[in-house]
Design a protein around this ligand. Structure first.
Ligand code: AMP
Length: 224
């Protein structure tokens, strides 16, 4: 069977991270999340991290050249050779073009672009109530999915915190940036026949089941 190369596309708060965790587990894919890579670089205070911080704190995109270089290098690592799931990349047409060129040069292709969508008001509510654990990044929501003990992760007991860019003001800006710079990718991938749409307002379990069914159909079609 051919490799599974997926992109998760959608606004912040649509559930990309949750679906990414489920799908990488299902299919043994390399999970490549630009946001996670940039946050780790910030923690380590590398040159990349210090640069990224200036943009991330305002909810703006880190410049294309920087992000593209990081991701293309990551895609060449061993664990990404048999299939990957990109979460948070591409976010601009330029990034999508660079990814397309890179895949083509290695005779690889995208299996599908999975679009998760939801209305802005729901996204703001979801993100501003989001809390993540310090240790492993397990995700909770103060109202929709609270931990058993306030402020503590159910899984590893570590402290829960709000991501710096999850405050309501920054979230609003991230959504403006999404609509202006990332949304054009919907048409871009639709034209290429790779886009598949999913309703991000449904429960994580429902969305996951829908994605799995879609991927099963795609693979059947491919094998025919
Ligand atoms: P995320 O965790 O995917 O919501 O990303 C958090 C922040 O990291 C974004 O608001 C951007 O500042 C930055 N970022 C993540 N992915 C990209 C990307 N593909 N291009 C530019 N900036 C990005």
């Amino acid at each position: 069977m051919s490799e599974l190369n997926l992109i998760l596309l959608g606004p912040p708060g649509a559930g990309k991270g949750t679906q990414a965790a489920l799908l990488t587990e299902d299919f043994g894919l390399a999970h490549i999340a630009t946001g996670d890579i940039l946050r780790a670089a910030r923690e380590e205070q590398t040159e990349l991290g210090l640069l990224a911080k200036q943009y991330m704190d305002k909810g703006e995109l880190v410049p294309d050249t920087v992000v593209i270089a990081v991701i293309l290098e990551r895609l060449g690592e061993d664990d990404a050779r048999d299939g990957f799931l990109l979460d948070g990349f591409p976010r601009t047409i330029e990034q999508a073009g660079a990814l397309g060129t890179e895949l083509e040069s290695h005779e690889r292709r995208l299996t599908a672009v999975l679009l998760l969508d939801a209305a802005d008001d729901l996204l703001v509510k979801r993100i501003s109530g989001r809390r993540v654990c310090r240790k492993e990044g397990h995700v909770y929501h103060v109202d929709l999915d609270p931990p058993k003990h306030e402020g503590r992760c159910d899984i590893d007991g570590s402290e829960l915190e709000q991501r710096a860019d999850d405050s309501e003001e920054t979230v609003r800006n991230r959504l403006v940036v999404y609509h202006a710079q990332t949304e054009p990718l919907i048409a871009y991938y639709e034209e290429r026949g790779t886009l598949r749409r999913f309703d991000g307002t449904r429960s994580p379990t429902q969305v996951h089941a829908h994605i799995r069914a879609t991927l099963a159909t795609l693979r059947l079609e491919e094998d025919l």
